[in-house]
Every structure is written in C-alpha cells, then in structure tokens.
Design a protein around this ligand. Structure first.
Ligand SMILES: NC(=O)c1ccc[n+]([C@@H]2O[C@H](COP(=O)([O-])OP(=O)(O)OC[C@H]3O[C@@H](n4cnc5c(N)ncnc54)[C@H](OP(=O)(O)O)[C@@H]3O)[C@@H](O)[C@H]2O)c1
Length: 237
C-alpha cells in the first residue's frame, strides 16, 4: 500500500520538487500553500500555516500521514538583530517553527502506533552556522535542535526524524531568481565568491536527499542534519 506524504509549502520551489519526487517514488502526496495549485496526481489543500485553526483543519483533512515534510518557511525579509522587530521574530517562528511543531505532534502518535514514519524538517545552512538574517538563523537553528530532540524520542518506534539544510537554491519565481533579476552583476559575484561549484543549487537536488531520508533505505539515520549545498557552508561538521 502506498504511503501518505504531506509536504507543507509544497506548491513551488523546493517543496514542489520534494512532493513530485515522493510521488515518483510511490507515495500518495498532499501539499499545502496559501494559494491553490493544480498538480497532476497531487492533492493541494489551501492552508495558511500561520493560522492555528487552518493548520488543525489540515491535520484532520490529511488523514494518517506516514511521511511529513516540514518545508514551509522563509526569512520574511531577514536583517540584522539590531534592526529587527518583535513582530519579525514572532512571524519567523510562526512560519518556520510552529507549523513543524504542531503538525509533528499531530502525526507522530499515528506513526508510532503503526511502527513506521518519517519526518524531514527543512532548515538551512544558516541554522548550522552564522549567516543570513538574525531571526532566520535562529528559527532554522531551532528546527535543527528540535529534530534531534524528536528523533531520540521516537526512533525506537520506527519513526525517523531528520533535518536537511539547503544552501542557496534557485528556481523560477523564487527569492534568488528575483535577486538575480534585480542585481545580475551582484548575484554573479555572489555565485563566484560564495558558491564553490560556481552555480546555485536546484530544488531537485534537495528533493533527492529528502526522498532518500523518507525511504526505507535511510534506516540508521535519525537526528541528523545533512547539508545539500555544493560545499557552500563553512562548518567542518
Ligand atoms: N531557496 C533557498 O535558497 C533556500 C535555502 C535554504 C533553505 N530554504 C528553505 O527551504 C524551504 C522552501 O523554500 P523555497 O525557497 O523553496 O520556498 P518559497 O519560494 O519561499 O515557497 C514557499 C512555499 O511555501 C508556501 N507558503 C509560504 N507561506 C505560507 C504560509 N503562510 N502558509 C502556507 N504555505 C505558505 C508557498 O506557497 P503560497 O505562496 O501559495 O503560500 C510555497 O509553496 C523554506 O523553509 C526555506 O527557508 C530555502
């Protein structure tokens, strides 16, 4: 019987590539976003994950999810700590961390009872080391820490929780493409100076790692945070 996967923020970019790759690998897939999309063979549910009532309704509507990909997130503008506002911090936690907490708590009991489950939290290289905006860095670090806590509590029940930390990933309509269109020379210099392979990552390259972690083949991997960044990040670990 095919497994049921839910990808938050799965209507474009990295989330969409993950959804389509899980579908390719045999899962029944549900995605959510604030706008409806038409994706062949994938159920799309309109949900604003920052609204607790809509998130709770999604958890009920989705059914017995076996594979949860907590992908939705973003920097909401980013910026330095000294220039950040309380609203920005609350917004960053509400978009990145709390949907992952709430949906994981909703689906973990069923996964544990069935003796099989996978949760992959999409963080960023900016949760593993300094860089990016202050609030974004903090929320992605929180997701990495949370993944470790969750993993050790549920691995005995056949549920594996891990984290993936992408580097800079470009796709049509995404943040990096907008920056590139606004400042082609500046982004060309960024690519040359900051990206060792000389090119951005692509959503499919992140999706292949996530699909592996969501599979039976990843049986010994729990509580890990794995980069998909072409060598962009500077941490030794
Ligand atoms: N792209 C990168 O370079 C990069 C690098 C490292 C980490 N990441 C992380 O990877 C994840 C995906 O990033 P991305 O760049 O692919 O995505 P993105 O372009 O920001 O798209 C995000 C997705 O989330 C949905 N979304 C946004 N706000 C939402 C809300 N309030 N409720 C429900 N859905 C919402 C969007 O659909 P709607 O607009 O219709 O709501 C879309 O499907 C994020 O967690 C991001 O932090 C990205």
């Amino acid at each position: 019987m095919s497994r049921l996967a839910l990808v938050t923020g799965g209507t474009r970019g990295i989330g969409l590539a993950i959804a389509q790759t899980l579908q390719r690998d045999g899962a029944r897939v549900i995605v959510c976003g604030r706008q409806a999309v038409n994706l062949p063979g994938i159920e799309s549910v309109i949900t604003d994950v920052t609204r607790p009532g809509e998130l709770a309704a999604l958890a009920v509507q989705a059914g017995p999810v076996d594979v949860l990909i907590n992908n939705v997130g973003g920097s909401l503008g980013g910026g330095k700590f000294t220039a950040s506002t309380v609203e920005q911090w609350n917004g960053a936690f509400a978009l990145n961390v709390m949907p992952a907490v709430i949906l994981s708590q909703a689906f973990l009991p069923g996964m544990r009872a069935r003796g099989w489950g996978r949760i992959v939290n999409i963080a960023s290289i900016w949760g593993r080391e300094g860089g990016g905006g202050a609030a974004y860095n903090a929320v992605k670090a929180a997701m990495i820490s949370m993944s470790k806590s969750m993993a050790t509590e549920v691995v005995r029940d056949g549920v594996l929780v891990n984290c993936v930390a992408p580097g800079s990933v470009i796709f049509p309509g995404g943040g990096w493409e907008k920056k590139q269109q606004a400042d082609p020379a500046g982004i060309a210099k960024f690519v040359e100076d900051q990206l060792p392979r000389g090119s951005f990552g692509h959503p499919q390259e992140v999706a292949e790692l996530v699909a592996f972690l969501a599979s039976d083949r990843a049986s010994l991997i729990a509580g890990a945070c794995i980069t998909a960044d072409g060598g962009q990040s500077h941490s030794n670990i």
